[in-house]
Design a protein around this ligand. Structure first.
Ligand code: BG6
Length: 477
């Protein structure tokens, strides 16, 4: 065993975005609609028409990335920009945009890390066959991925398959389909989950042929779970949360197996998906090269002695804040509670700040799969004010990122193989739940939800701080 004492020399210091959250140009140059372009039912939330206007300003953005010293930029490709209808005819202008972006990155010595799908499934496929619910989506995802591998494989080494499949499926309607009956919805969502896993594995097998030099991996969100007490029932509850929300996806992605505890739950509830002959064998063959994961905070879990049906998972649109229970809870099995040892942020998505949870996540993932790891999202949301002196003093973000980087350092010292870390996000972007009212960026975008202003790019305090971290390869944390 080689135990490293610091960040490796070639550590990928990075920052992330995703297509629909930054690009704008939502119908430009032949792009089709995605499920994320459908106007938001929530008043006051900005839509994707303009976002941060990266589609037109990517050169300026890449110049800022170079100034920051980024080693890698993790972004996603918009499927409906490449295939406006999701399948069929390719849109050359869409591909050209990503060619230009990738070339610009390479010209600035920034390694592109491409996510094939980050939430924005073509709406046409939902209209045609209910999107991920149909097995046809597997073929269409693979055809789309192959076009990307053929076009960009010679210049993009690192790829991610599908962003946060485990989170997106917790929200009914997120991928354009839902059912008002919770049991029917759960059955549907586990079928979509299975289809998405088959699609990823098939794409990985094509990748092996088309890009033998490249590296590819899944992109889950990871949740470190703590039992709320030493009551063994709470420990079992925490175990269930990790099984259902983490391992159910990753065991399929990495080992081609349903983890037994999660599978017994699906079986008992009647949610088992239809599994075609050969599906699991195919997944077993498609071992990823690495695991990329997103981490924002941890969960504290207790046994739920409440109703055994899932009737309290009511929702309005996909606004998770309106739910009666936390979106990760499974009534009758487990519920998430406040962790008295951690600072509560009073938000559902990032309920607490828990850098040690990240250290444990890294060690746990490495322990279970022995694959190299990269963190593709970790970041701090705040309202961020552009002050009269032209500064954005986002000290909370500096504190958050520095604590999480120290946790990465500790995990590396523990022997885990972590080869990169990306701040979410490079620039302010359209938050999936709160528009521009909630900012994550190292670079401020001068706009609000109501007013597009001049969309000027203004590096925040955290930008200059992170620049120093990268320059010193994390030695001065
Ligand atoms: C992650 C997503 O789940 O969380 C991002 O991959 C998202 O796309 C981020 O922006 C933060 O969530 P939100 O809802 O604040 O945008």
């Amino acid at each position: 065993y080689k135990i490293k004492k610091s960040f490796p020399k070639d550590f990928l210091w990075g920052a992330s975005t995703s297509a629909f959250q930054v690009e704008g140009g939502y119908l430009e140059d032949g792009k089709g609609l995605s499920v994320k372009d459908i106007p938001s039912p929530r008043p006051g939330i900005t839509d994707t028409k303009m976002a941060a206007d990266h589609y037109h300003r990517f050169k300026e953005d890449v110049a800022l990335m170079a100034e920051l010293g980024l080693k890698t930029y993790r972004f996603s490709i918009s499927w409906p920009r490449v295939f406006p209808k999701g399948n069929g005819e390719v849109n050359e202008k869409g591909l050209q945009f990503y060619d230009d972006l990738i070339d610009e990155l390479l010209d600035h010595n920034i390694i592109p890390l491409v996510t094939i799908l980050h939430f924005d499934l073509p709406q046409a496929l939902v209209d045609l066959y209910s999107g991920w619910l149909s097995r046809q989506s597997i073929e269409d995802y693979v055809s789309y991925a192959k076009v990307l591998f053929q076009r960009f494989g010679h210049k993009v080494k690192y790829w991610q398959t599908i962003n946060e499949q485990n989170i997106s499926l917790l929200i009914p309607g997120f991928y354009g389909v839902k059912d008002e009956d919770p049991d029917k919805w759960f059955k549907m969502k586990y079928q979509m989950h299975h289809n998405m896993c088959v699609a990823q594995s098939k794409a990985i097998l094509s990748f092996r042929e088309l890009c033998p030099e490249g590296k590819i991996g899944p992109a889950p969100a990871f949740f470190q779970a703590y039992p709320a007490s030493s009551d063994p029932q709470d420990t079992l509850a925490a175990h269930y949360l990790e099984e259902i929300h983490n391992w159910l996806l990753l065991d399929l992605n990495v080992k081609g197996e349903y983890p037994h505890l999660a599978f017994s739950y699906l079986h008992e509830k009647g949610y088992t998906p239809e599994i075609y002959e050969g599906d699991l064998e195919l997944m077993k063959k498609a071992t990823p090269d690495f695991i990329a994961f997103n981490y924002y905070g941890s969960k504290c879990v207790s046994i739920d002695r409440g109703p055994t049906r899932i009737e309290n998972l009511e929702y309005e649109g996909n606004d998770i804040r309106k739910r009666k229970s936390n979106f990760m809870d499974i009534p009758g099995l487990f519920k998430t509670v406040e962790n008295p040892y951690l600072k509560d942020t009073k938000t559902e998505w990032m309920p607490n700040v828990d850098p040690m949870g990240l250290r444990m996540a890294i060690n746990k993932l490495y322990d279970r799969y022995r694959l190299p790891l990269i963190i593709t999202e970790n970041g701090f949301a705040s309202t961020d004010i552009l002050e009269e002196d032209g500064n954005v003093k986002d000290l909370g973000r500096i504190d958050y990122v520095s604590k999480h980087l120290k946790a990465c350092h500790d995990a590396i010292n523990n022997g885990a193989e972590l080869f990169g870390y990306c701040v979410w996000s490079f620039m302010d972007l359209l938050s999936t739940s709160q528009g521009f009212g909630k900012r994550y960026g190292l670079v401020y975008i001068n706009r609000s939800d109501e007013d597009e202003k001049d969309l000027a790019r203004i590096p925040k305090k955290s930008f200059y701080w992170y620049q120093g971290v990268i320059k010193n390869n994390g030695e001065n944390l």
